[in-house]
Design a protein around this ligand. Structure first.
Ligand SMILES: Nc1ncnc2c1ncn2[C@@H]1O[C@H](COP(=O)(O)OP(=O)(O)OP(=O)(O)O)[C@@H](O)[C@H]1O
Ligand SMILES: [Mg+2]
Length: 475
């Protein structure tokens, strides 16, 4: 059970671990970025935080427009002023901002550490949270978060909406942001409110040790009893008992096999909601409750063009400002996939910092095929924790192709030869290309593994980065 780091000011309580703000018993809604700003100001204990420090610490950039910072400050002020007229945040002309005056810090603002509990909820019941960190950089996705909140039954008034389901599956291609969206949801203050019991998280991967995972959840729930279980069935039964009628959100990220999900479905308490994420389409359809299919499955779309460009600009601000058109073409070619944008942004920024002017433009062109991207290591937050290694992007993608049989894998690789963007095929083209009478079994296998996506009747699309992988397999 963890210690909670709280900031108390007036009747407000900001919980740094949970990133929730309460005014007395009332949850105060504040977007994630505004919470970051508030926490950074509070950590300064009344001292001025200048704009360069804010840019670096909060946005992780050298420079951020004044207007961007001011928007977040305004959001915080509006949220606080709705309850209390105290001027908590001060402007210091041309310098920056501070949280109250330092001389009043001790009286008005306090920092405290408490054992796990729900601040401001007033209940003695402890909220249990087993979570990965909230994503550092997470943009766009408001619509997806709202839609998913509807599926999970999260509302501020506590009423369960008609869209709510006990089991929800998020699926989508590798690197589209399934784990990030699930983590953002898990950290959302409204989620904390809706699931008073708490949130339990696990990322399964290809070979999960299910009994150990259930035992670790059991430990979070206050008992080591599950360590003694002899069988998986025994473990699921014990966990179900522990969850009882408590309201928990259970997040099972990165599922590769339907059988792995079964244990969690069996262990789900009557008031719990289960959220699965997977890149394997057949697994998604098998896990989602039949009567709810396809509503039980949320296909996470690519980012919008503008959000994708914004993401690239956050990572490589100078390169994107200088070569706006080329950057736009790059995000289009990468089909707005967060993973690809992250690696591309990082590469561009490094190139820019080398200071060889023309090489940035060359790199912008080189990145467009995706070949340059799949060679690189994946972002640090995709590190394989068990082996403590960060795979290359190609290795991350190959986790999907490695599951194909040899001849299907060859068919997949062959599609790398197509040059059109986006890579879209109809059955006629595939019949000719694979030189087979009936391409459907192969198509079915590729769709099932999440490597092809049906877009319109008879047409299938391959994501840009997967096409780059296919091309690399051809060589
Ligand atoms: N909305 C976003 N804003 C900024 N970065 C994002 C966003 N979504 C995803 N990312 C980043 O893109 C990378 C891939 O995201 P994530 O790991 O969530 O993908 P995934 O769909 O779970 O992939 P996989 O199929 O491999 O599990 C991560 O480094 C993540 O931080
Ligand atoms: Mg993931």
């Amino acid at each position: 059970m963890s210690r909670q780091h709280l900031y108390l000011f007036g009747r407000f309580r900001l919980n740094k671990n949970q990133r929730t703000l309460f005014y007395g018993e009332t949850l105060v809604h504040l977007e994630s970025m505004a919470v970051d700003v508030l926490l950074a100001l509070l950590a300064r204990k009344g001292n001025v935080m200048n704009k360069e420090e804010m840019a670096l610490e909060i946005w992780r950039q050298d420079l951020v427009e004044d207007a961007t910072i001011h928007t977040q400050i305004r959001k915080i002020r509006t949220a606080l002023e709705a309850h209390d007229e105290t001027r908590y945040i001060e402007n210091h002309a041309k310098r920056g901002y501070s949280f109250l005056d330092s001389s009043r810090w001790t009286g008005m603002v306090k920092e405290e550490w408490q054992e796990t509990g729900t601040p401001g909820s007033g209940s003695a019941e402890k909220q249990i949270l087993l979570l990965p960190p909230a994503p550092d950089l997470f943009i766009g996705r408001e619509q997806d978060l709202d839609a998913l909140k509807g599926c999970l039954g999260i509302t501020l008034d506590g009423r369960i909406p008609a869209t709510a389901q006990p089991v929800v599956v998020v699926r989508g291609p590798p690197g589209v942001g399934k784990s990030s969206v699930a983590a953002a949801l898990a950290h959302h203050p409204e989620t904390r409110e809706a699931f008073r019991g708490g949130v339990l998280w696990v990322s399964l991967g290809q070979e999960p040790k299910l009994q150990n995972i259930l035992a670790s959840w059991g430990r979070e729930l206050g008992t080591d009893e599950l360590l003694k279980s002899k069988t998986l069935t025994e473990s699921t039964e014990s966990l179900k008992k522990l969850l009882g009628e408590k309201r928990f959100l259970l997040i099972v990220d990165d599922v590769w096999e339907t059988a792995h999900a079964e244990a969690f479905k069996k262990a789900r308490g009557s008031e719990c909601v289960l959220l699965f994420t997977t890149r394997v389409t057949t697994v998604a359809t098998e896990i989602a409750p039949r009567h709810l299919y396809p509503e039980g499955i949320y296909l996470l779309p690519d980012l919008s063009e503008e959000t994708a460009l914004e993401l690239l600009a956050r990572l490589a601000p100078r390169a994107v400002t200088k070569y706006e058109q080329e950057s736009r073409e790059l995000v289009r070619d990468l089909q707005f996939l967060p993973l690809a944008l992250l690696v591309a942004g990082r590469t561009l920024d490094a190139e820019e910092k080398l200071g060889v002017g023309w090489s940035v433009r060359q790199m912008l062109v080189a990145l467009r095929t995706g070949a340059e991207i799949i060679r690189q290591t994946a972002p640090a937050n995709m590190t394989d924790l068990e082996n403590e290694t960060t795979p290359t992007v190609a290795a991350l993608l190959r986790m999907s192709t490695d599951r194909l049989d040899q001849s299907t894998r060859d068919c997949f690789a062959a599609l790398g030869a197509f040059r059109s963007t986006p890579a879209t095929f109809d059955l006629r083209v595939l019949t000719k290309f694979w030189k087979m009478k009936d391409p459907m079994p192969v198509v079915r296998a590729l769709v099932g593994h999440g490597l092809l996506e049906p877009v319109r009747t008879g047409e299938f699309q391959m994501h840009a980065l997967l096409r780059a992988l296919a091309r690399s397999m051809l060589k």
